[in-house]
Every structure is written in structure tokens, then in C-alpha cells.
Design a protein around this ligand. Structure first.
Ligand SMILES: NC(=O)c1ccc[n+]([C@@H]2O[C@H](COP(=O)([O-])OP(=O)(O)OC[C@H]3O[C@@H](n4cnc5c(N)ncnc54)[C@H](O)[C@@H]3O)[C@@H](O)[C@H]2O)c1
Length: 408
């Protein structure tokens, strides 16, 4: 089972408390800040005391507001202050992808445990360097592929791994977002970099990870294709945070990377796959969906209806077959003993995913054995693997959709 989690060590493993900080107080930074606050309240009380120490952001009003809102002891305005702080043990790095490497390397060198946001970096070269740094560190380094904690995705994985669905024929992954559908959305770090660093890296990195999470190793990708549909965007007046609208000037800047991307997959196990991602898909603020078609039926899940999965099994009279709605609950991963009301029908969202991810990270840092913990977060090597897949899609696009092999 991905996370049929009921066992625990039953008592506090260590009385040494853990000091936590978050670097980046933007959209996802807030989710990390909230997650560390909630982590101890999920499942049994096996974590040592968690001290919420600092939120750091170069834009001080955000850092200050974040620290106040989520109950952190202080705020800082530079990531270096976090590196130098002796009262901080665990740090989430939640800033633009091109900033990950420098910050993560400094944190690991200073002996901090690091949970870095996805994708691991903005270039494969930097990702490899970060994985080397992680290997040489005595602390824990993990990447936040949050969606593996969605009960529906983990449940579908269980259906595959238990053999219930039988041999997988094909998997479709779609991540449609609309945060850039309005041409007046200001230019920001998300729109800069080579083709492949746009929608593909931003939302497609989740899918590259999840298709392998469900379907096993990918052996090649083909049909890589990028589109930039809005070639210029207004410059912001002031600070841009997350996907939100900000005031813009009448000066424009070039969008360098992909608004839309698609590619096909060959899995080493023989299944096929197709992925389509967008940041300009009107009406889909956060439309991640996965569909698995297999020998014994099919299972699908969508972030737009995160508390259910659709299951079709080839059983019963032909005239009575059909997809059935399965409300996710304590019979599925991550639910039992987790949230305060751990029953079907209460609903789960992406914020819960961040909280369970933080919990898994703190359990590992606290030295709780793997067998008694939530499944560990992805390693930096898995973060590299994810970027190898993204780079292969970019290579396929450069070569007119050619097939690009992936080493396994
Ligand atoms: N796992 C998920 O579901 C998920 C969701 C959204 C974003 N992300 C990832 O999180 C990261 C951040 O994305 P975001 O949407 O929160 O970005 P954002 O632009 O909203 O926030 C980034 C913050 O970093 C701050 N910052 C910039 N330079 C800094 C520096 N040198 N030191 C400290 N702070 C600095 C900015 O002021 C900003 O507040 C990215 O890697 C992104 O891919 C993951």
C-alpha cells in the first residue's frame, strides 16, 4: 500500500525539538508555512515539538505577513539569514526555480534539512549538482511532489500495484491551468527561460512525476510540442506573487517559454501514455487529471473533484456496467487517523497534500523509521529523474517530435 498508514511507534521518538523556516512567502510558500503548523496535528503524536521559527522573503511585507498569519516567531528578508540561524533545523525552499540551487547548496552546507519545491531546478546541470550536494550532506534533502499525497492518486496507484486493474494499457495525464490565460497577467519568473521551462516545468513536472508514480519507469517520450500563445506580457508595477493579478505598466516584455506543451510516453512495462499541459486553459484554475485504462477496467481522478475517484471494473452484467463514483475515505491512503474528521465525504484539497508532505518530511528528520512513517518524499535523485524527463520532452520538441530514449 502506498500509505495504508495506521501503525506508529506509539510515543514520542525524540524530545529534541525541530526548528522550521520557509524561504519564499509567495503562493506555495504560504502552503508550506501552514503545512508545518498542521503537521503535528495529523495522525498520532509521534513528532518531537515543532518550533515555527521564521518566514523569509526578499519582499518584507510578505515575510512579515506570513510570519504573523502562520504563527512563526520572526521573519527575515534574506535566505542567508536562514542559513546562518542556529535555531533552524528544517527549511522549505519555495522560491523561483532558478534560485533553488544556490539556496539549497548553502542550506545543506550549513547542516540544514531541506525540502525543495519542484521542479528541482531550472536546468539539468544545476539539478545534478544539487543531487551531488544532497548525497554529500548528512542531513535530509527531499523534493515536494505534493500530489502523490492526494488520496485519489495514491488509491489508483494501489489499484494498479495490487493487480485489481490488471495490466495497464494507457495513461492520460492533463494539467490545465488558466493563470496566464489573461494577456494582462504580468510577466514574472514563470515566463522566462528556455522552451520547456514554462507550463511544462511548472505544472508538467507534476505530471512527469505522477505518470511514473502510476505507470512505472518511462522508457521514451515522443511528440514533444510547445506553443507560446501570448508572446508578450506587461511588466508589473511592484511585486508579483504566485498566479495572482498585479498592477501592470504599459511596457511589455517577451514571454520566452511555453504556454502549452504536450508529449507522448512509452513506459518500460509496455503501456502507452499522453500528457497535455497548459497555463492558458480558460476555466481550469487547477485542472490536474489522470486516467488509467487497464485490462480489468479503468480509474480516473481529477483535482477539480479531489474527494472522489471514478472506477470502472469489467464485472457484472454488461447492461449494468459503468463508472462508479467512489468517495475517498478511510479505506484509501492518507485518510485514516489523519485529518480530524477522517471519514468519506469531508473533502480533501491541495492544502492537505502540503500538510501530509510536511508531516512525512518531519517524520524522516525526526528519525522515525520508514516502516512507521508516511512514505518518504521524493529524493533529489528523483528530482533529477523528473528533470531528465522534462529535458527529453524539450529535446523531442527541438527535433520535431522525435522519440527520445530515457535511461533506466
Ligand atoms: N507543489 C506545488 O503544488 C506547487 C505549487 C506552486 C508553486 N510551486 C513551486 O514553488 C516555488 C515557488 O512558486 P510560487 O508560486 O510560490 O512563487 P511566487 O512567485 O508566488 O513566490 C516566490 C517568492 O519568493 C520571493 N523571493 C524571490 N527571491 C527571493 C530571495 N532571493 N530570497 C527569498 N525570497 C525570495 C518572492 O518575493 C516571492 O514572494 C516554485 O518552485 C514552484 O514551482 C509548487
Amino acid at each position: 500500500m502506498e500509505a495504508g498508514r495506521v501503525s506508529s511507534t506509539g510515543g514520542m521518538l525524540s524530545s529534541t525539538d525541530i526548528g522550521v523556516a520557509v524561504i519564499g512567502a509567495g503562493m506555495a510558500g504560504k502552503a508550506h508555512a501552514a503545512a508545518y503548523r498542521t503537521a503535528s496535528t495529523l495522525y498520532d503524536s509521534i513528532l518531537p515539538p515543532i518550533r515555527l521559527v521564521s518566514i523569509a522573503d526578499v519582499y518584507e511585507p510578505l515575510a512579515e505577513a506570513g510570519a504573523k498569519r502562520f504563527g512563526y516567531e520572526r521573519h527575515d528578508t534574506s535566505w542567508q539569514a536562514i542559513v546562518d540561524a542556529p535555531d533552524i533545523d528544517v527549511v522549505s525552499v519555495v522560491v523561483a526555480n532558478h534560485l533553488h540551487r544556490e539556496i539549497v547548496e548553502a542550506l545543506l552546507a550549513a547542516g540544514k534539512h531541506v525540502l525543495c519545491e519542484k521542479p528541482l531546478s531550472d536546468s539539468l546541470e544545476s539539478a545534478y549538482a544539487m543531487a551531488d550536494a544532497a548525497r554529500n550532506a548528512s542531513t535530509v534533502a527531499r523534493v515536494g511532489f505534493t500530489y502523490r499525497r492526494a488520496p485519489g492518486i495514491a488509491a489508483i496507484r494501489d489499484l494498479i500495484q495490487s493487480g485489481t486493474l490488471g495490466r495497464v494499457y494507457h495513461i492520460t495525464g492533463r494539467y490545465f491551468a488558466d493563470y496566464a490565460a489573461d494577456p494582462n497577467v504580468a510577466i514574472s519568473w514563470r515566463f522566462k527561460g528556455e522552451p520547456g521551462t514554462g507550463a511544462l516545468a511548472d505544472v508538467g513536472s507534476h505530471l512527469a512525476y505522477l505518470t511514473e508514480f502510476l505507470g512505472g519507469p518511462i522508457s521514451s517520450v515522443n511528440g514533444g510540442r510547445f506553443r507560446t500563445v501570448i508572446p508578450e506580457r506587461p511588466k508589473p508595477v511592484g511585486v508579483v506573487s504566485g498566479h495572482g493579478h498585479s498592477q501592470v505598466s504599459d511596457e511589455y516584455d517577451t514571454v520566452e517559454n511555453d504556454d502549452y506543451a504536450t508529449f507522448s510516453i512509452e513506459f518500460a512495462g509496455g503501456a502507452a501514455g499522453a500528457v497535455e499541459v497548459s497555463r492558458v486553459a480558460a476555466g481550469h484554475p487547477n485542472g490536474l487529471s489522470l486516467e488509467v485504462y487497464a485490462e480489468n477496467g479503468a480509474a480516473t481522478w481529477s483535482q477539480e473533484r479531489p474527494s472522489e475517484m471514478q472506477l470502472f471494473l469489467n464485472e457484472g452484467p454488461a447492461g449494468q456496467r459503468g463508472y462508479r463514483q467512489v468517495l475517498l475515505g478511510p479505506a484509501h491512503p492518507y485518510v485514516a487517523g489523519g485529518a480530524p474528521i477522517d471519514v468519506s465525504g469531508v473533502g480533501f484539497g491541495q492544502n492537505e497534500g502540503f500538510a501530509v508532505q510536511a508531516r512525512a518530511f518531519l517524520e524522516e528528520v525526526a528519525g522515525i523509521p520508514e516502516a512507521d512513517s508516511l512514505p518518504r518524499n521524493a529524493s533529489f535523485d528523483e528530482g533529477v529523474r523528473n528533470m531528465v524527463l522534462l529535458e527529453a520532452v524539450a529535446e523531442s520538441a527541438r527535433r520535431g517530435g522525435a522519440s527520445v530514449d530515457i535511461d533506466n
